[in-house]
Ligand binder design. Structure first.
Ligand code: ADP
Ligand code: MG
Length: 501
């Protein structure tokens, strides 16, 4: 039997200390924190009968499948008759098998069985401990001495890793490991240790790298995110410096974070016109932070039941992997739908630091084009602590962007006047420039395809720029017309159906 970690030891000791004062005990924890190990330890210390899920499953064989409670009752009753101390593990698996979501005909009957079992244990003055990941029937709950198993602390990490990896783990800095990933369970610790036992190269950095790669699962599949780096972004140096200083450094540099008690900013707003690099900054951040980056974007469709489920699990994952970043791209688009209360509520809770353990350790980063669609309460000071703005690129930034975008032009059109191209593209975003260069290339290729003589590349670029401005002017005119029509609409006009009512 594995030896208990310090906090597991404490839990067992405190249960043993009150063992003679109660009849019913509940041992509760999330999975992977050693519940079964502790049930085995208590059974070892106190004697009696230990019942696991296999005892209930084998007793159920050949019995009525719509009367699982009867089996549970009989198995526990027989054990209580045969021994003074009975330990039942994995109760939640039994309760789940009668989940009201299915078509089980006696939903709720487990309450009655719980009451009967509790009465039996009390009347016979026996000791019954039930270990579970979820709550017990209300009828038992009220009579139980409850004992929870908390998450592991540094000493538990040290102890468990030593049990799995041997003396070689003595060289690891467990304080640092724990700060990096404070919510690992025993399965995760064992998996990492098993890996290092195979490779036999133990170091804190490689341990952390391995955790990033394998254990701390983000909802972002990095293989599907374009491999962007901060250096690829031009003209947004102040934004990047802000992110490096306030988010990346405290997350990455453990020594400094420790020395100066640094924490990533809790709320960050990245505001800027479309195409100025907000999403790209998120992609660069995802690559830089790897397993510590979580994304909510347009693929998570707001307002649906699935949306709330997704949001909940993304927040949960981010908390489990704290310190971490939740990046909410185009948050103004999500909040434009005034009904969007679920996400809003989550954000308020998160930003107000009501999250207990992960308090201040999850950074929520919002991107937006329009400030007016973001609920004002979110922007209140203290909630969004850092404002960063992406702007249309300056002339110098446009020169650099155009230079990069045209770096691999065919030799016959390479070399053109970047300065005049930059002047002609005043007011264009990074995304606009990308599109203009592509349009110019298409125009050039079209001439070639038709057997016409090729012009200098700047001529194609200017052509693309002027048609781009024309299209933009048409678009703005149409948008203004639409706005006026909307403003002139009578109050009783039903926006959803487009009809008068
Ligand atoms: N400052 C910039 N430097 C380099 N590329 C940029 C910059 N701004 C935008 N781009 C390019 O424009 C495209 C769109 O940018 P994106 O990040 O989606 O903008 P936003 O999210 O602000 O609408 C991307 O391909 C990106 O590489
Ligand atoms: Mg974007």
């Amino acid at each position: 039997m594995p030896t208990l970690s310090p906090s597991q030891q404490t839990v067992c000791d405190s249960l043993q200390a009150v063992w003679s004062y109660h009849n019913l005990f509940q041992l509760w924890s999330y999975s992977g924190l050693g519940r079964t190990t502790m049930v085995a330890e208590l059974h070892h210390r106190l004697g009696g009968i230990r019942l696991g899920i296999q005892d209930f499953v084998s007793a159920q064989i050949g019995r009525d499948p719509t009367a699982i409670e009867d089996t549970i009752y009989c198995v526990v009753r027989d054990a209580l008759q045969a021994a003074d101390h009975v330990f039942v593990d994995d109760w939640h698996l039994l309760a789940d098998s009668m989940s009201p979501c299915g078509h089980y005909p006696r939903a709720g009957y487990l309450e009655a069985v719980g009451a009967a079992i509790a009465a039996l244990a009390t009347a016979s003055r026996k000791r019954l401990l039930i270990a579970s990941e979820s709550g017990l029937p209300q009828s038992m709950n009220s009579q139980c001495f409850p004992q929870g198993i908390g998450e592991f602390d540094v000493d538990d990490y040290r102890h468990l890793c030593h049990a799995y990896g041997g003396d070689a783990t003595g060289t690891l800095d467990f304080e640092q490991l724990y700060r990096f990933a404070p919510r690992l369970n025993a399965y995760q610790l064992r998996e990492v240790c098993d890996h290092f036992v195979r490779t036999d190269v133990w170091s804190t950095d490689s341990f952390i790298d391995y955790l990033r790669e394998r254990q701390l699962v983000s909802n972002v599949r990095l293989a599907e995110v374009a491999p962007v780096r901060f250096e690829d972004l031009i003209g947004v140096d102040d934004v990047i410096e802000g992110l490096l200083k306030h988010i990346v450094m405290p997350l990455e540099n453990d020594t400094l974070a420790q020395q100066f008690d640094l924490k990533p900013k809790r709320g960050v707003l990245l505001l800027g016109p479309p195409g100025t690099g907000k999403t790209t900054i998120g992609k660069a951040l995802a690559h830089r932070l790897r397993g510590k980056f979580f994304l909510i974007d347009g693929t998570v469709i707001s307002g649906t039941d699935r949306f709330y489920h997704q949001i909940h699990s993304i927040f949960q994952l981010a908390r489990d992997n704290a310190p971490s970043v939740i990046f909410i791209d185009d948050s103004d688009v999500i909040f434009e739908n005034q009904q969007e209360h679920g996400l809003y509520r989550y954000l308020l809770t998160m930003l107000d630091g009501l999250e207990g353990q992960s308090n201040g350790r999850v950074c929520v980063m919002l991107t937006a084009m329009e400030l007016q669609h973001i609920p004002p309460a979110l922007m209140r000071s203290g909630r969004v602590e850092l404002w960063l703005e992406t702007r249309y690129p300056s002339t110098a930034a446009r020169v650099e962007l155009l230079q990069r975008l045209t770096a691999s032009l065919p030799a016959e059109i390479a070399g053109f006047d970047l300065d005049s191209a930059a002047l002609a593209t005043d007011g264009c975003s990074g995304a606009d420039l990308k599109r203009l260069v592509n349009d110019a290339k298409t125009l050039c290729a079209w001439d070639k395809f038709q057997g016409h003589e090729i012009q200098p590349f700047s001529a194609y670029l200017l052509q693309a720029v002027s048609s781009f401005h024309e299209k933009r002017a048409e678009y703005h005119a149409a948008e203004n017309r639409g706005r006026k029509q909307r403003a002139n609409r009578p109050a009783w006009f039903d926006v959803a159906t487009g009809k008068d009512n």
